[in-house]
Design a protein around this ligand. Sequence first.
Ligand code: ATP
Ligand code: MG
Length: 394
Amino acid sequence: MFTAFLIKYGEIGIKGKNRYMFEDALVQQIKYALKKCEGEFSIRKTQGRIYVDAQTEFDYDETVERLTQVFGISGICPVVYVEDEGFEKLCETVVQYMKDVYGDCDKTFKVFARRARKNYPLESQEICMEMGGAILNAFPEMKVDVHNPEIKLNIEIREKIYIYSEEIPGAMGMPVGTGGKAMLLLSGGIDSPVAGYMVAKRGVKIDAVYFHAPPYTSERAKEKVVDLARIVSKYTGPIYLHVINFTDIQLYIYENCPHDELTIIMRRYMMRIAEQIAQETECLGLITGESIGQVASQTMQSLAVTNEVCELPVYRPLIAFDKEDIVTLSKKIGTYETSILPFEDCCTIFVAKHPVTKPNLGIIKKHELCLSEKIDELVQTALDTKELIIATEN
Ligand code: ATP
Ligand code: MG
């Protein structure tokens, strides 16, 4: 029965000049989200509202699911359009709408009328009164509640007449693209896809970098990361995934530095390389899935030493999350099942039995000097040979 959706968005942060940017980005993201849906849609912006109109038959559940994945939407209202065939006919149609949506119910309601077309013979207040009366006649069990109604029945008089009463909660957040761009360090684990999702929810476009270490990490491990990027791209739009061959750098560190410091030194090089790509691609920050105390390289001391190499801000949205909460979120966004597939991560190959948990920056820097002969060249080669994969939905 529904032929359109009214898209509601929060008003915060979209006042004045930003409004157009916000709305255009939202329209863009809605288009992207609906591209894979059955049916054709047109999206229009009118008078501070966005409507998604179905042009053909469509799958209601699939469409709603897609719309609930778009950041920046606060509510999705399924709308019925009817032709203006006089007020009496409209009352009949609305009574039928109430029957179809709620059955013979005993809920409280309130009518909200908006007369966008000023030549309509009744004023908003009259529409509310008359329509309320017609509903009470048809449903003796229902009551009007003007303060806290269970059903908010909206009637909007435009070229056609719009009827809606349901509001499906949206994803909230801000439309991707309104908040600049950041570089996500994406591994095949549980945490980093969730971290990317969270920052994207605030309107930030995401690029990603993955450090691949063949033959220590398999092609399948890389595919898994691409799959994760694809899942996250459902929410964020296409993700430019830079794959860096990290093997020679890892081996060189392994040969020249104390093994208990391997992870921390390796992480410093990951951050340095990620930052370099970030700067070349106009990213305004880095994102990682780190959380205090989760592993040796994520103690406060280790995070400080890792962070020291970066000039760009490093966003760590999971920093104070328990693993359990991260797992819950990853299940919600659909990355969990892929993240737990058993393909080795480049960090697990070279890990020491007893990695330092309280690294000292001075000592780490001193040991990094042992790499000075070849490391710049290796980093440059890694950058020169990087592979770019554009991850979108299949
Ligand atoms: P995740 O579940 O995201 O893999 P983790 O708990 O396994 O995290 P680490 O392996 O210590 O933690 O990695 C910390 C963060 O460093 C990750 O969240 C990710 O942002 C980044 N990272 C780790 N390994 C890689 C990699 N191979 N490529 C890109 N980024 C990585
Ligand atoms: Mg990991």
